[in-house]
Design a protein around this ligand. Structure first.
Ligand code: PEP
Length: 249
């Protein structure tokens, strides 16, 4: 059985005081043992979150990392810095990193390789723009993103990878892909892994959906055969909403 996962991407929200409150509120909830729960706070809140969640079953992930170790890259963070504060998972390829900070499948490939080498878990985000879906190019585009950034990896590297299909048109817009659209794409992604590797690996990789998942639509989305959970933006900033999504399996 594949891991069921819900991850909250806090983006550039929650300073120290706000993080304290949100973590306190999250920690009032009992976490199900059959769901792996992550939060991804800003870099400045990672240590605070790791320390606070020390005996609580929510893992802390980073929202980005650099592809190189300690060199002259002003403003950047390396995997060893993340590991040094107890963070062993990183989100890579989020659409905001791609659109606002120029990340490409080629630059992401280098980050992925570094993260794998350094033993980091990766939540790898990808997905099509609205124009690509309208032109019926979404399958082609997703295949290209996976091909470029991930499909040269050896089979055993995939133990460290969680996929997050996030159609850009559904992120932060309130517009969710329909459960049918999500299932169709997730089945396609699994098929691509099978073609590139084998069916055993294809059946092991957790594929999350992200894009306006809320308490009122999570259950239906999570009930789809090839959906193993969600990457949650806006709704992860409210503890009750986030926990309702965690409990939607
Ligand atoms: C995201 O940013 O990854 C995301 C899915 O955001 P939202 O849930 O707000 O659409």
């Amino acid at each position: 059985m594949r891991n069921q996962i819900v991850a909250g991407n806090w983006k550039m929200n929650n300073d120290t005081a706000e993080t304290e409150i949100l973590l306190d509120n999250l920690m009032q909830h009992q976490i199900r043992e059959d769901v792996s729960v992550y939060i991804a706070p800003a870099f400045t809140q990672l240590t605070q979150s790791v320390v606070k969640l020390k005996n609580y079953p929510i893992a802390v992930a980073a929202q980005n990392m650099n592809a190189v170790a300690s060199v002259a890259h002003t403003g950047e963070i390396s995997s060893s810095m993340l590991k040094g504060v107890g963070v062993n998972t990183v989100i890579l390829g989020h659409s905001e990193r791609r659109s606002l900070y120029g990340e490409t499948d080629d630059s992401l490939k280098v980050k992925v390789i570094k993260a794998i080498e350094d033993g980091m878990g990766i939540m790898f985000c990808f997905g099509e723009e609205l124009s690509e879906r309208k032109e019926n190019k979404h399958f082609e585009l997703v295949k290209m993103q996976l091909d470029s950034a991930l499909f040269d990896l050896p089979n055993n590297a995939w133990k460290q990878i969680i996929l997050a299909y996030e159609p850009v048109w559904a992120i932060g817009t309130g517009e969710t892909a329909s459960p049918g659209q999500v299932q169709e794409m997730h089945a396609f992604i699994r098929e691509q892994i099978k073609l590139q590797y084998d069916s055993e690996l294809a059946n092991q990789v957790s594929i999350l959906y992200g894009g306006s998942v809320k308490p009122n639509n999570a259950k239906e989305i999570f009930s789809m055969t090839d959906v193993d959970g969600g990457l949650i933006g806006g709704a992860s900033l409210k503890s009750d909403d986030f926990m309702a999504i965690v409990n939607a399996f």
